[in-house]
Design a protein around this ligand. Structure first.
Ligand code: EPZ
Length: 415
C-alpha cells in the first residue's frame, strides 16, 4: 500500500501552465443522476479522483454497467437493480447521498447507509429529508440505515432554510419524475447545479432556474440517455491560482471559467496579486509582498468556503492581519493548528480565524484533516524552505486529479 503521505521540498518558484480538470462537485452529482436515465449516458472529462472511483463502484453495485471508451465514461443503466446500498463505499464520501434522491425519484424507494464525508463539523441532511417528505415520501431511519419510500411523488413548493447545495440537488433528482411542478425556493446557485440541470434537461427533464434561488422542476415520465461534458472544477482552479500567487514566477491556469471564481479573483487583486484574466484561463504574474485582507465565506457567488483553507496559507505570509470568517462550516479551521506548526501566527475564535502575517513558514510534519485542508498544506509546504511531509494525503487525492504530476510539471519538488 503506497504510503499515505506527500513530501514537498519548498522554497522554489513554480512556472509554466497547468490545465484544470473537470469539477469534482459536478461529477459526484452527475454520476448518481444517471440512475434516472433509461438509456446509455456518455460522460466526457470525468475527473480521475477517488470520489469518482467510489461512485462508479456504487453504480456497479446497482448493476449499472460502467465502461471507459477512449476518454469517455459510458454508463448503461438499463439493467439497474434497486438493491440496499450498504457497502462501505457509501461511507467513503458524503456525495453518496445523491443516490437517495436519484433512487427515490426513479423507484419511489431507496434504502441505504447514512452518508459519510469529511469532518467539517456537523453535516446534517435535514433539508434533504424535508424536501423528500414535501414530495410525499416517508423517511424511516433505523440504526445506520435510511429508508425512504412514497406511493407517489407529487410536486410541491419547498423552501430551504439554508441554500444547501446538496439539498437543492437531491430534491431536483427526487422531483424529476414527480407529478406536476416542484419549486425550490432559496435554492443554492452553485455552478455544479446548473451543470447537472443542463444534463438532465438534455435527457428530457423540465428544470428551469438552476443558478438562481428559485428552481422549478416539472415532472416527466422518463429520461433518455445523453452525452455530457462536465464543467471545469472552480475549486481546483482557485487552488492553483492561490498557489501561483504564493510561489509562482508566471503561471497560467487553463480551462477556467473566471465567472465561477469572481469572489476569489477580486480578493486576490485586493491583496495585490497581478493577474491577466482571459476568457478560459488566468495568468498569474509574479507578485511582490502581498497585503492581508478579510475573507468571509458565503454561498455562491460569494467567496467559496472550499477556498478559505487554501487562501489561509497565502494570508499566513501576507503583510499585516487578515480575518477569515466562516459562515458555512463554523468549524472549518482544522488546518490552522497545522499551519501554526509551520510557523504561522493564527488566533482562533468562534467561526473566525485572525491571521497575523509572518515573514516565513518552516517545513514540518503536518496532517491533512480533510481535502481542502490538505490543499492548503501543499501551498504552505511550497512556501516553506526545506522538506514538509503531509500525512493522511489520501484526503487530497479525493478531489485533486493528478496533483503530483501537475505540481511536478510546474517545477515543484514533490514525491
Ligand atoms: C457541498 O457540500 C460541497 N460538496 C462542499 O465541498 C462545499 O463545501 C459545500 O457544498 C458548500 O459550498 C459537494 O458538492 C460534494 P451544503 P454540501 O449542503 O452539499 C448545512 C469539498 O471540499 N446543511 O451547501 O454538503 C450544512 O451543515 C466539499 O469539495 C444543513 O443544515 O453543502 C452546512 O453548514 C466540502 N442541513 C451548510 O448547510 C442540510 O440538510 C452547507 O451545506 C444540508 C446542509
Amino acid at each position: 500500500m503506497e504510503q499515505d503521505i506527500i513530501k514537498i521540498r519548498g522554497g522554489k518558484k513554480l512556472s509554466g501552465e497547468v490545465t484544470i480538470s473537470s469539477s469534482k462537485n459536478a461529477a459526484v452529482a452527475i454520476l448518481p443522476a444517471v440512475v434516472l436515465a433509461s438509456e446509455i449516458v456518455k460522460l466526457y472529462d470525468v475527473p480521475h479522483i477517488n470520489d469518482v472511483h467510489v461512485l462508479i463502484q456504487l453504480l456497479q453495485e446497482l448493476n449499472i454497467d460502467v465502461t471507459t471508451v477512449n476518454d469517455a465514461l459510458v454508463i448503461d443503466p438499463t439493467s439497474i437493480k434497486n438493491i440496499v446500498l450498504n457497502s462501505d463505499n457509501v461511507s467513503k464520501l458524503r456525495a453518496s447521498y445523491y443516490f437517495m434522491g436519484a433512487l427515490l425519484g426513479r423507484f419511489k424507494y431507496v434504502k441505504m447507509l447514512y452518508p459519510g464525508g469529511c469532518n467539517l463539523g456537523p453535516r446534517p441532511i435535514d433539508l434533504h429529508l424535508k424536501g423528500f417528505e414535501a414530495l410525499g415520501a416517508k423517511v424511516n431511519i433505523d440504526g445506520g440505515l435510511i429508508e425512504i419510500q412514497a406511493d407517489k411523488l407529487v410536486g410541491d413548493e419547498i423552501y430551504l432554510d439554508f441554500a444547501s447545495v446538496g439539498a437543492t440537488i437531491n430534491i431536483m433528482l427526487a422531483a424529476t419524475f414527480a407529478e406536476g411542478r416542484t419549486t425550490i425556493r432559496n435554492a443554492a446557485k452553485e455552478p455544479e447545479i446548473i451543470d447537472l440541470s443542463s444534463m438532465l434537461n438534455k435527457m428530457g427533464a423540465h428544470i428551469h432556474g438552476a443558478g438562481t434561488s428559485e428552481i422549478t422542476i416539472d415532472g416527466v415520465n422518463r429520461l433518455k440517455g445523453c452525452i455530457h461534458d462536465i464543467i471545469p472544477d472552480r475549486i481546483e482552479a482557485g487552488t492553483y491560482i492561490i498557489m501561483a500567487a504564493a510561489v509562482g514566477d508566471g503561471v497560467t491556469v487553463k480551462n477556467v471559467i473566471p465567472q465561477h471564481i469572481e469572489a476569489l479573483l477580486s480578493k486576490l487583486e485586493e491583496m495585490g496579486v497581478k493577474m491577466l484574466i482571459g476568457s478560459d484561463n488566468v495568468r498569474v504574474l509574479p507578485s511582490e509582498k502581498l497585503k492581508g485582507v478579510d475573507v468571509k465565506t458565503q454561498t455562491f457567488p460569494g467567496f467559496a468556503t472550499d477556498l478559505q483553507q487554501p487562501i489561509s496559507s497565502l494570508l499566513a505570509l501576507a503583510e499585516g492581519d487578515s480575518t477569515i470568517t466562516e459562515t458555512i462550516y463554523l468549524e472549518r479551521f482544522k488546518h490552522c493548528p497545522e499551519l501554526v506548526k509551520m510557523g504561522a501566527n493564527i488566533e482562533l475564535q468562534e467561526g473566525k480565524a485572525i491571521i497575523h502575517g509572518v515573514n516565513k513558514l518552516n517545513n514540518a510534519e503536518v496532517t491533512a484533516t480533510d481535502l481542502r485542508c490538505g490543499a492548503g498544506l501543499i501551498i504552505a509546504a511550497l512556501l516553506a524552505k526545506g522538506e514538509t511531509t503531509i500525512h493522511d494525503a489520501h484526503h487530497i487525492f479525493r478531489g485533486y486529479d493528478g496533483i503530483k504530476e501537475k505540481l511536478k510539471k510546474l517545477g515543484a519538488d514533490v514525491e
